[in-house]
Design a binder for this molecule. Structure first.
Ligand code: HPA
Length: 245
């Protein structure tokens, strides 16, 4: 397995990494140079989804360039780290979730490599947007690392960068969504088109809009995400150690 981690909000300092590979793609430049990270005897790639420093909003991320750049590097598996708001009552701030489904509410993002031109038109199967064996490996690693992770659940992906209204969250809850984020799409679908296995580790940064009293503050979101990073890192290290050579 050639693994890359695409890190989201709060994940920039996950690892001490190399200066990175400078690449361009037919879709433009990726958010940042993919950086090689040594974990024990192994190496993985790390890509900062929002750039370095963190500046690219979810709807402006060049998801196609990011996935294409990782494909050029020979990556065959991506673990995406995504910040989300919790909708199910059991997903409180600081919880970790490995979703098994998603509903895409994003719009206007460059969401496919099948975009006319010379690329072949493909209608990829997306019944299960996350790769089963990679999800299983992530869950096993979390278990071995002694981390509590919620297995399964559907995430909604909204356009952002604003957070949702209370009624939008109520509607997502009625649709069966356990959490809501802004960055899993089109990333997951592009990975599928590129033949890259893709799984997501969601960090619940806050209760979804309207589920708790008072406004959701960015300070609270960042504090929760920062506090969760140690567990995320532990999980990734365990996952990498578990990968057969
Ligand atoms: N909604 C969408 N995305 C998010 C949230 C949220 O409440 N919190 C962190 N990312």
């Amino acid at each position: 397995m050639k693994l890359a981690v695409i890190g989201g909000t709060g994940a920039l300092d996950l690892f001490v990494a190399s200066s990175g590979a400078s690449l361009t793609t037919p879709f433009g430049a990726p958010s940042d140079r993919p950086r090689k990270v040594a974990i024990g005897e192994r190496e993985i790639w790390f890509l900062a989804r929002h750039g370095n420093p963190h500046r690219i909003p979810p709807h402006k991320v060049n998801y196609r360039a990011n996935i294409h750049a990782l494909k050029i590097l020979g990556v065959d598996s991506v673990l995406a780290v995504n910040a989300v708001g919790g909708i199910s009552p059991d997903l409180r701030a600081g919880s970790l979730l490995v979703p098994d489904q998603l509903i895409d509410h994003t719009w206007g993002r460059a969401h496919t490599f099948s975009d006319g031109g010379s690329a072949p038109l493909r209608h990829v199967d997306f019944t299960n947007p996350f790769a089963g064996p990679l999800r299983a490996a992530v869950l096993a690693a979390a278990d071995r690392a002694g981390l509590e992770v919620t297995e399964d659940g559907c995430i909604a992906v909204t356009q952002g960068p604003r957070l949702e209204t209370a009624m939008e969250v109520a509607r997502l809850a009625a649709e069966g969504c356990a959490a809501v984020g802004m960055t899993s799409m089109p990333e997951a679908a592009l990975a599928r088109e590129a033949g890259i296995d893709y799984a997501s580790l969601c960090i619940v940064a806050n209760a979804g809009a309207g589920l708790e009293q008072g406004p959701i503050t960015e300070q609270d979101i960042h504090r929760v995400l920062q506090a969760a990073m140690e567990r995320v890192q532990k999980m990734i290290v365990q996952l990498v150690q578990d990968i057969p050579v």
